[in-house]
Design a protein around this ligand. Sequence first.
Ligand code: GDP
Ligand code: K
Ligand code: MG
Length: 290
Amino acid sequence: MKAGFVNIFGKPNAGKSTLLNALLGEKLAIVSPKVQTTRHRIKGFLTEPGEYQIIFSDTPGIIEPKYKLHEKMMGSVKSALEDADLAVLLVDAGDNREENHELFDSLRLKVPAIVVINKTDTVKPGTLETVKTFFAAQRYAKKVITVSALKQSNLDELKSSIIELLPEGDPFYSEDDLTDLPTKFFVAEMVREKVFHLFGDEIPYHTAVLVNEFKEKETLIKIQADIIVQRESQKAILLGGKGSMIKKIGTMAREDIEQFLQQKVFLQLFIKVRPKWRDNDQQLKEYGYH
Ligand code: GDP
Ligand code: K
Ligand code: MG
């Protein structure tokens, strides 16, 4: 059978997390229109017993680090560069192709790559042809495929091209597993996603989520999590008048978590102020940024 690691790289907002979710048919990676939503390397497994096991990695978008959290984020991109069997270089069809090319070229990939042109639903067919021709001429491009991750179009072609390029080998993970990350991680991410969706500008970038309690009771799962911010003023915004905003975050996150766990959930959220957590090694570690 075919088995191997396929790592998805690209600029912020190219659609990496959307593509991972679409390929797996499960929402593992949080998505937002804002850059730097994804902070970890998220692995998801697609297994057809006896035929293939694809281990996909979503990665944070590639950026210049500005604070320690950024350094940790780019560390996870680096580790993904090193252990891939195949790279998916994801580009937004409407984005500047020279810039994307420079980025892909600078990765100095040692493994074959498929250039995947995403968001085909947003450009004219003529534009798409030009972008396709441009990337097909690059030396790192073993193949060029056009998809819309959002509309889930042409994903089967992408999947079969990936399988074709994977090495022969035994599966790395059990065929029942979907990911190697703990459930707690996904719970924290779903809360964090709501902060990305509900708040503009800087708030999401100052926020982390820590799950303190995850208890399976008879009829439901009780979860307690802290939303960490850097300043009192941010705490006030997250709370909202009479706690209206934190309530909204809680309701939206709970619905997602229930969908993910297929169980009833009682979710309790607290907001904590931890000045400069983004530059504090110990706090970064505590919040899961290793
Ligand atoms: P990432 O930063 O590369 O992980 O990108 P995300 O997956 O978070 O997506 C960034 C934004 O692009 C989100 O608003 C997505 O809904 C949107 N997006 C992703 N794929 C597509 C697509 O195929 N078509 C369109 N129109 N939007 C997309
Ligand atoms: K994003
Ligand atoms: Mg992402």
